[in-house]
Ligand binder design. Sequence first.
Ligand SMILES: Nc1ncnc2c1ncn2[C@@H]1O[C@H](COP(=O)(O)OP(=O)(O)OP(=O)(O)O)[C@@H](O)[C@H]1O
Ligand SMILES: O=C(O)C1=C[C@@H](O)[C@@H](O)[C@H](O)C1
Ligand SMILES: [Mg+2]
Length: 174
Amino acid sequence: MEAILIGFMGSGKTTVGRLLADQLMTQHADLDDMIVDRAGQAITAIFEEHGEGYFRQLEQQTLRGALAQPGVLSTGGGTPTIPANAAILTASPVPVICLAADDATILDRVSHDTSRPLVNDLDTTALLALKHHRAPLYEAAADLVIQTDQLTPNEIVATIQDWLSQPARRTAQG
Ligand SMILES: Nc1ncnc2c1ncn2[C@@H]1O[C@H](COP(=O)(O)OP(=O)(O)OP(=O)(O)O)[C@@H](O)[C@H]1O
Ligand SMILES: O=C(O)C1=C[C@@H](O)[C@@H](O)[C@H](O)C1
Ligand SMILES: [Mg+2]
């Protein structure tokens, strides 16, 4: 992998990951899509039939496999908040970029979509409590955090490309 995107549900990982891969002329992989392919079931169905614990097992196995592939990886919203996954990301030399957004922005982006089981199951207060609980976990796993509220997906991609091209960052990443 050349870059890994992390962040809360609706932060734009899939949208930005696709565009970034296009700009870098490489392939894009979405961890949620890889899990769906592997399980042969939608994420909502995996949660309903097997529970979140089973989903997290699949997620961890799929993450290990994904890191060996070339391209840009968009993770799931919970991926780096699981300690074993955070350890996998920290041990990897691939730059990890966190897309951050304010509460109102996230609610606006996820509220009309029923594909996220945690959004379906939690009320607004609980969803935002989860977001605040996770914020330090994303920051701990990230090499770069981008506040995305006022940026278009293309502007976010340009910010990432600038950062990836910085010589100091390359040295720091080895
Ligand atoms: N910078 C942005 N500006 C405006 N809209 C955005 C931006 N980034 C993403 N969106 C929109 O927000 C919604 C959620 O984006 P996306 O699916 O990429 O998030 P995600 O981080 O992949 O979520 P999940 O963790 O649930 O997979 C989409 O409708 C997308 O078009
Ligand atoms: O935030 C989360 O824990 C999740 C986010 C989605 O991307 C999916 O990975 C799944 O719905 C769990
Ligand atoms: Mg996504």
